[in-house]
Design a protein around this ligand. Structure first.
Ligand code: ADP
Ligand code: ZN
Length: 521
């Protein structure tokens, strides 16, 4: 196992703004920095580019990136430059100036990343220039294109083997999302002078059961979850220090070995609590996200979230502390509209660019969608990491604890009500309009006279609130303004309203009796 220098993590934060590596990245980057030939197979969207970008920045040496698509190369060059990293591309679509400029930057030793199409490699004396520029590494994106076994064989990829031979002493790393063994073996012989170190990464952790619940009575819901796990080790994550203290005290009273952990406790208490968690069985750590870094306990049997995490990445990382021994582990994540508003507010308060803020909102939306998904949780989670999976059979959705229905008609009713009331009212008011309740507010605004007044009597007020929440989570509605909790339509919402997109909705979780009745019929 290679060790990752601490500087790598610091650069991840200072250059890219990310707090943590995605699964798999740290090991691969460590191997790349050691100079080993590396073949990394990771799902699309999992962050493969980072595995050569970060080493290039860190070492201040030139990496040649071979990529099949000019648009992709240009995209990456733009991204790198925006982060202040010197990058350029050489391809047939460039103007002569652009190519000259790239060659000059390379000769001057200023360039960190040179993106080249495979057919360019052996042209115009590039090899000689690369040798002079002491190119350290050849990173081959979509490495499966070299293999006829792969699904998109590109003959020009065969040039890469010749180029790497001509370059002599250069480290080769290949990246692909195609995991199939025959293709892998083919890539290894065609691209690598010696057998590469193979990194195969899937995000699937099949021994971890995923459960979500709408938060209505936080303590009772957690207590019920813990009841079946007396004597087992686990973690309850909270979004505030105060809540970790409150819940730890509550569960201690209930007879659990519950210990609080957050960054506000003095060092000694923190060390003591963490030590006990690591050494003893059956400790429940009630913690903020400060807990977990460096905690590697194989037999953590459950992770609960008392509050919604901040993103799918952090959710994945936090539940990933359970079941490292491969034995079954259970998770429960509580979420609410308040949690969502809290997280959104936190993003709005951050001192970052508008672009960055939009990205963070999008990332959070992905988590909100995971909470409200009518699909298998594992499928939805893995889809976020661009991995396909069959329904897992052990999450709450698969186990039928969540009822799902075709939601187009009720969604159109709700969206139409939002639209016709001027896109600024909250869930309660919209529900009143839909149910035809002529409350003071409804009459004052004349909403008892609009077309959607009373078209939604089939659902209760709380059911309409749930639907509104799901539409918000699914990105069909957005907050109209920060203060009032009002909703407006998004582009996606408009598509559904006009019948160009469909949507599935979930009912409230079924009670145990309803579930029995459902399986009986
Ligand atoms: P791939 O090449 O595997 O398909 P990319 O390298 O294009 O994926 O990365 C996909 C996205 O993930 C990019 O937007 C990238 O910025 C982002 N990303 C990469 N590493 C991290 C990280 N450690 N934390 C958060 N996002 C990351
Ligand atoms: Zn499932």
């Amino acid at each position: 196992m290679s060790i990752l220098p601490p500087q790598a993590r610091a650069l991840l934060k200072s250059v890219f703004g990310y707090d943590d590596f995605r699964p798999g990245q740290a090991e691969i980057i460590a191997a790349v920095l050691e100079g080993a030939p590396v073949l990394a197979v990771m799902p699309t969207g999992s962050g493969k580019s980072m595995c050569y970008q970060l080493p290039a920045i860190m070492e201040g040496a030139l990496t040649v990136v071979v990529s099949p698509l000019i648009a992709l190369m240009r995209d990456q060059v733009r991204q790198m430059r925006a982060l202040g990293v010197s990058a350029a591309t050489l391809n047939s679509m460039n103007g002569a100036d652009e190519n000259d400029e790239a060659r000059r930057a390379m000769r001057e030793g200023a360039l960190r990343l040179l993106y080249v199409s495979p057919e360019r490699l052996m042209m115009d004396g590039l090899i000689a220039d690369l040798r002079r520029a002491r190119a350290r590494r050849l990173a081959i994106d979509e490495a499966h294109c070299v293999s006829e076994w792969g699904h998109d064989f590109r003959p020009e990829y065969r040039e890469i083997g010749r180029a790497s031979e001509a370059l002599g002493d250069i480290q080769v790393i290949g990246l692909t999302a195609t995991a199939d063994a025959a293709t892998r073996a083919d890539i290894a012989t065609r691209l690598f002078p010696s057998p590469p170190q193979l990194f195969l990464h899937s995000f699937d952790r099949p021994n971890i059961a995923l459960n979500f619940a709408l938060k209505d009575q936080q303590r009772r819901q957690l207590a019920r979850f813990l009841e079946r796990r007396k004597g087992e080790s686990g973690i309850i994550y909270c979004s505030s220090r105060q809540r970790t203290e409150d819940l730890a005290a509550y569960f201690a009273e209930q007879g659990y070995d519950a210990l609080p952990y957050h960054a506000g406790l003095d060092q000694e208490t923190r060390n003591r609590n963490q030590d006990r968690f690591l050494r003893e069985d059956g400790i429940v750590a009630v913690a903020t996200i400060a807990f977990g870094m460096g905690v590697n306990k194989p037999d953590v049997r459950f992770v609960a979230h008392a509050d919604m995490p901040s993103s799918v990445e952090s959710y994945y990382q936090e539940i990933g502390r359970a079941g490292r021994d491969g034995l079954p582990a259970d998770t429960l994540t509580l979420y609410s509209l308040d949690d969502m508003a809290f997280r959104r507010r936190r993003i709005d308060e951050k001192d970052v660019s508008e672009e960055r803020r939009r990205i963070e909102h999008d990332r959070f939306s992905a988590l909100a969608m995971l909470c409200e998904t009518p699909r298998c949780r594992r499928q939805t989670l893995l889809a976020y990491f661009a991995e396909e999976a069959a329904p897992c059979g052990c999450c709450d959705v698969c186990q039928g604890k969540v009822a799902v229905f075709d939601g187009v008609i009720p969604t159109q009713k709700a969206l139409s009500a939002v639209h016709r009331t001027g896109q600024r009212f909250g869930a309660g008011h919209i529900a009143d309009v839909l149910r035809g309740e002529a409350t003071d507010a409804v009459r004052r605004h004349g909403h008892d006279a609009i077309k959607t007044f009373g078209v939604g009597k089939e659902f209760s007020k709380s059911q309409w609130s749930s639907i509104m929440r799901q539409l918000y989570a699914a990105g069909a509605l957005r907050s109209a303004s920060a203060e009032h909790g009002g909703f407006a339509l998004t582009a996606k919402g408009e598509k559904i309203l006009f019948g160009r997109e469909t949507i599935m909705l979930r009912g409230e979780p079924l009670t145990r009796r309803e579930r029995r009745e459902k399986t009986a019929t």
